[in-house]
Design a protein around this ligand. Structure first.
Ligand SMILES: [Zn+2]
Length: 90
């Protein structure tokens, strides 16, 4: 995903933009692996192999989400992004 796309991407569930971009792996002006975080509703969307996977809740693949989170847990924690947007803070 080209970094400047962040200006026009909106959360598919709540419509909020801009999303917060966490780049895990970059290649020039592209993000190869990364996380898009909606700071309004708390959802996150993976960027895998340069593709931003922005799917509504009913089309998300929970297993793939879990694998992605497990692979990049460090980045989620560093940026304060919860694993599940349904989790409530204590
Ligand atoms: Zn949202």
């Amino acid at each position: 995903m080209r970094k400047k796309l962040i200006d026009i991407l909106a959360c598919p569930m709540c419509g909020h933009y801009p999303l917060k971009l966490v780049a895990i792996q970059e290649n020039d002006d592209k993000v190869v692996q990364g996380i898009l975080h909606c700071q309004n509703c708390g959802r996150w969307y993976p960027i895998r192999d340069e593709i931003a996977v922005m799917l509504p809740d009913n089309m998300r693949d929970q297993k793939k989400d879990d694998e992605f989170y497990a692979s990049y847990e460090k980045y989620f924690k560093e940026n304060g992004i919860p694993r599940s947007w349904q989790a409530t803070e204590k």
